[in-house]
Design a protein around this ligand. Sequence first.
Ligand SMILES: O=C1C[C@@H](O)[C@H](O)[C@@H](O)C1=O
Ligand SMILES: [Co+2]
Length: 298
Amino acid sequence: MFDKEAVQLGIAPIGWTNDDMPELGGEITFEQCISEMALAGFTGTEIGNKYPKDSNELKKALKLRGLQIASAWFSSYLTTKPYEETEKEFIKHRDFLHEMGAEVIVISEQGKSIQGEMDTPLFSSKPIFSDKEWSDLADGLNKLGELAVQKGMKLVYHHHMGTGVQTSTEIDRLMKATEEELVYLLFDTGHLYFSGDDPLYILEKYLERIKHVHLKDVRDHIADRVRKENWSFLEAVKHGVFTVPGDGGYDFSPVFDILSQSGYQGWLLVEAEQDPMKANPLEHALIARKYLRDKAGL
Ligand SMILES: O=C1C[C@@H](O)[C@H](O)[C@@H](O)C1=O
Ligand SMILES: [Co+2]
């Protein structure tokens, strides 16, 4: 059983409006998005591209609906740009999240990433970092982790399809190369399962370092087509490879058991980017909320 006081349930806006493909959900307003999150029974969200940039305006809109900011994605370019460039942007991002009351900062290395490329086949073209790139990445993350600690926050690394940190082996290398008190892990079920890795291996091995969780499910028949037909990450998303927990092929029961038994504290954030014209966002938010109630007792 989860400690209901220690765990908070959130949902990401990318089921309503997509950050990587703004045409998906382009007609859906920020207000509709956050109102439906609250209506479905969630109390938190991450930040999407339609959210107000002004912290007071954002706070007011969220407060009206009983929502909090759990975190927000930050793209680092530690393998391809001078460290100082990433640091400058990171400090602005950190300070905004701190102002919004978030405790974790999601980071993902986008140097050499193919996740935003519509025509680059996902499985055959993912980047593989050189030894130099691994050390630049680890050194940079340690420094950014220190900057997070200065504000009492935690840096959580998001392993991601189509990036240099996608597979279990790559996550192992990153975790080994970084300081455990500075760089934590974001556990995203959907990315590991889609990659063909066992999410439970990562969950059990890094339980102590996992400080943020994305609950994303996968439609197996679409994932099979992505491999066979050499689709890109964005094509996969457009075709509906991701969906909410309870609607795809992954059984979250062991994930919930392991997390609850370990006394996990923090956010469980449902995240399923898909085309809102094909998958009604409110309907899917409700499916996820029911699944969490039935399977996790939350
Ligand atoms: O956490 C995430 C943020 C998105 O923008 C990203 O593309 C998605 O796949 C994800 O897991
Ligand atoms: Co995610």
